[in-house]
Design a protein around this ligand. Structure first.
Ligand code: ATP
Length: 621
C-alpha cells in the first residue's frame, strides 16, 4: 500500500490489503471532518468514504458506520465497552514507554486523550510504519466487540491488552480515533443526521455508477456530475432514510437493504418499518409558555386532549407475537429486566396479539396506587436484573399512546383512533390511561393544570385529537404535542440539561462529599460554564455521586474545550459523562460564566439563579 502516514487524501485511490478496508481511511476522514465546519462538506467527505467502501468492500460499511458514530451496536443491544480513561492511559504508557508525568503534561497541552495517544504513538508509527500491514475497519470493530464481551476475572488486564494491540498496530492518525472511540468522546461532528445524508448520497451514487455500466473505477468528475444529476433522488432518499431510522433505528437493516440493491431505494420504507421488538424514536413535546399559546399552536380545528404530565420514566412497551414483552427507555435502551412487574402487566392480554405502546412508569404509594410519588423514588430502583419478589418501589403504568396494534402500524392514524384502542384493551389494575380533559377552553385548561400539579404531576401534555397534527411523529418535537408546566407559566420556561464538569469539596455536613458542582452547557464542541449547584441533592445522592466521580471519572487537567473563567478554581475536573436536569429561578447575565457569550451580551455569559438539582438524565447521552 503506497501511502505514507496521513496520506489518504483520496479515499477512492485506496488499495485494499487482503483483510479488508483500511481503518486509516476512516481515521483520515474523521480528521478531515474535524477541520470543517460546513455541514455540506462534512456530508461530502463522509459520503466519499462510504462510497469508496461500497465500491471495494461492502461488508465493511456497517462497521465503518458504527465506528464513525461511536457505537458498536444498536442502543437496545446493551453492548458496553466498560473501559475508563485510566485504563486507556495505562495502555498508552505501556505501549509507548511514556512516563506518567509526560502524559500529564501532554494532556495539559492537548486536552484530549485521543490527541495524547496520537502524539505518544507517532514515534512508534514512524519507526515501524513500513513493516506494518495496518489495521482494517473489521479488526478495529471486532476488537471493540471482543472488549465488550470480556467479563470476569482478569477482564481489566485482558481489555488493556486489546487496547495495546490496537495501538501498536496503529498508523497516524489511527491512534487518535481508537482512543476517542474507546473513551466515547469523538469530538467530531459525525452526527446521525450527517451520516444519514452521507449514506443516502453514497447509495444513490453507487446506483448511478452501476447504471452507467462503465467498467472499473469512474473519475471524480463523474462522481460530481452524478451527484448533481441525482440531487433530487438523494434528497428523497434522505427523507426515506430519516423515516426508516426513526421507525426502526437499525443501521444494519437499512444498510443491508440498500447495499443489496441500491436501485430499490424507493422501497426502503416498506422494508424498514415499525415492528414490535425494534424500538422507534419517541415523539417529544414542544414547550409552550401559556395555555393560550398552546390552544393557538394546536389550532381550534381539533379537540384538544389535555393529559396530566406524569413525573416518571418514559417506557416503550413492545408486545411480541410470541407473547413476550420488551421494554425500552426514551434512549431506546432495553430496560426489560428493570421492570419485571411491568412485563407481567402486559403479558397475555386477551385480544392482543402484538403491540407497541408509549407509556410513563410512575412510582406509587404501595397502600394507595392512585397516589403518585416523585421520580426521585423511582430512580432508587436497580437499573437491571430486578427480581419480582425484591421489588420495593411499586409502580403504575400510564399508557398514553399506541403506535402498533395486532399487525397494523397506527402512527398515521389520528390520536382519537389510537386512544379508542388503548381504552378498549389496555386498562387493568396497574395500567391506566392518563387523567384527561378534552377541552379548548383556556380557563378550564388552566384549572386542569392546577389539578395536575396538586396531584404531583409536572403539568399537562396537550395533544391534537384529530387532523394532521394528531398523527404520531417519531423523534419529533411536533406541533401536536405541547407541554405546559406550572413553572413555565410562572417563571423560567423549562428546566435545563447541564453537564457537571468540575467540583469542590464540601464543608460541614457535606465534608467528604463533592459540593458544589460546576455545571456547563454544551455548545459547538465546548462545555461552557453556567453555574454552581449545591442544592436539591439528598445525602445519598451526594454519597453516590462522589463515589461515582472519584472512581475513574476525574481529569488531571482542565481540558481546552472546557470554557471556565480562571477565577474559578475547582478542586477536581470531571469527565463530561452525565446530564443533569436543573431547575432555576431566572436566567441572568454573568461576568464569570461563559455560556453563550456573544449572544445576549458581547462580554458576559448566561447564568442561572438559584439552581437546584432535580435528577440525572440517564436517558440522555
Ligand atoms: P426534555 O425533552 O425537554 O428534556 P422531557 O424529558 O420532559 O423534557 P418532553 O418532550 O418535554 O420530555 O415531554 C415528554 C415526556 O413527558 C415524555 O418523554 C414522557 O416521559 C413524559 N410524559 C408524562 N406524561 C405524559 C403524557 N401524558 N404524554 C406524553 N408524555 C408524557
Amino acid at each position: 500500500e503506497n501511502t505514507t502516514p496521513r496520506d489518504v487524501d483520496d479515499v477512492f485511490q485506496i488499495q485494499l490489503h487482503d483483510k479488508g478496508f483500511p481503518f486509516l481511511a476512516v481515521a483520515s476522514t474523521l480528521d478531515k471532518l474535524q477541520e470543517t465546519k460546513s455541514r455540506l462538506s462534512s456530508i461530502e467527505i463522509l459520503s466519499d468514504l462510504f462510497l469508496a467502501i461500497l465500491l471495494k468492500s461492502q461488508e465493511d460499511l456497517l462497521p465503518a458506520v458504527f465506528l464513525c458514530t461511536n457505537r458498536i451496536a444498536a442502543p437496545w443491544e446493551a453492548v458496553e465497552l466498560g473501559v475508563g480513561g485510566s485504563l486507556i492511559s495505562k495502555a498508552i504508557m505501556e505501549v509507548t514507554s511514556v512516563s506518567k508525568e509526560t502524559m500529564r503534561s501532554l494532556y495539559k497541552q492537548y486536552g484530549d486523550l485521543g490527541d495524547v495517544a496520537q502524539h505518544c504513538c507517532s514515534r512508534l508509527q514512524k519507526l515501524f510504519y513500513s513493516s506494518k500491514d495496518g489495521l482494517t475497519v473489521q479488526q478495529v470493530y471486532q476488537c471493540l466487540k471482543k472488549m465488550a464481551q470480556t467479563t470476569g476475572t482478569k477482564s481489566v488486564s485482558r481489555k488493556k491488552d486489546i487496547i495495546k494491540s490496537l495501538l501498536v498496530t496503529s498508523r497516524c492518525p489511527e491512534a487518535r480515533y481508537i482512543v476517542r472511540i474507546l473513551s466515547q468522546n469523538m469530538r467530531v461532528g459525525a452526527v446521525e443526521k450527517t451520516v444519514i445524508a452521507a449514506l443516502a448520497r453514497a447509495f444513490i451514487l453507487l446506483d448511478a455508477i452501476r447504471c452507467s455500466k462503465e467498467e472499473g473505477w469512474t473519475s471524480r468528475e463523474q462522481i460530481q456530475r452524478y451527484s448533481t444529476e441525482r440531487k433530487e433522488e438523494i434528497k428523497l432518499l434522505v427523507e426515506r432514510m430519516n423515516r426508516a431510522f426513526s421507525e426502526c433505528g437499525d443501521w444494519k437493516k437499512i444498510i443491508t437493504f440498500l447495499a443489496e440493491d441500491p436501485h430499490a431505494w424507493e422501497q426502503l420504507n416498506e422494508y424498514c418499518k415499525l415492528q414490535p421488538g425494534c424500538p422507534l424514536k419517541p415523539q417529544l413535546g414542544k414547550i409552550t409558555k401559556s395555555v393560550e399559546e398552546m390552544i393557538q399552536d394546536i389550532g381550534t380545528d381539533s379537540d384538544i386532549c389535555c393529559e396530566w404530565k406524569y413525573d416518571g420514566q418514559r417506557c416503550q412497551v413492545h408486545i411480541l407475537g410470541n407473547g413476550s414483552v420488551q421494554l425500552f427507555s426514551r434512549n431506546l435502551e432495553d430496560m426489560t429486566s428493570k421492570y419485571p412487574d411491568v412485563v407481567t402487566n402486559f403479558s397475555r392480554i386477551p385480544g392482543v396479539v402484538d403491540a407497541i405502546l408509549d407509556a410513563e412508569i410512575v412510582a406509587v404509594d404501595p397502600s394507595n396506587h392512585q397516589m403518585y410519588l416523585p421520580f426521585q423514588l423511582l430512580s432508587t430502583r436497580a437499573r437491571k436484573d430486578v427480581e419480582l419478589d425484591q421489588i420495593t418501589v411499586q409502580v403504575r403504568v400510564i399508557v398514553f399512546d399506541l403506535m402498533f396494534f395486532n399487525g397494523t402500524c397506527l402512527i398515521e392514524h389520528s390520536l382519537r383512533q389510537r386512544r379508542q384502542l388503548l381504552e378498549q384493551h389496555f386498562q387493568s389494575t396497574h395500567v391506566s390511561l392518563p387523567e384527561t380533559l378534552i377541552s379548548s377552553n383556556a380557563s378550564e385548561v388552566e384549572e386542569w393544570l392546577n389539578q395536575a400539579v396538586s396531584n404531583g404531576c409536572e403539568g399537562l401534555m396537550c395533544k391534537a385529537l384529530d387532523g394532521p397534527n394528531s398523527v404520531y411523529y417519531p423523534s419529533k418535537r411536533s406541533q401536536g404535542w405541547s407541554k405546559i408546566k406550572k413553572d413555565y407559566v410562572e417563571g423560567i420556561s423549562d428546566t435545563l440539561d447541564l453537564v457537571p464538569i468540575a467540583a469542590w469539596w464540601g464543608n460541614g455536613r457535606k465534608a467528604g462529599w463533592l459540593s458544589p458542582f460546576l455545571l456547563a452547557c454544551y455548545y459547538d464542541g465546548e462545555f461552557q460554564s453556567v453555574c454552581k449547584v449545591m442544592s436539591g441533592f439528598s445525602d445519598e445522592e451526594y454519597r453516590s455521586l462522589t463515589e461515582f466521580y472519584l472512581q475513574d471519572k476525574t481529569l488531571s487537567e482542565k481540558p481546552t474545550y472546557y470554557k471556565v473563567d480562571d477565577s474559578l478554581r475547582p478542586a477536581l475536573w470531571l469527565q463530561p459523562c452525565q446530564v443533569w436536569e436543573i431547575r432555576g429561578a431566572e436566567l441572568t447575565l454573568s461576568p464569570i460564566h461563559q455560556a453563550a457569550i456573544g449572544f445576549a451580551d458581547s462580554q458576559r455569559g448566561i447564568s442561572l439563579r438559584f439552581p437546584r438539582f432535580l435528577r440525572i438524565r440517564h436517558d440522555k447521552s
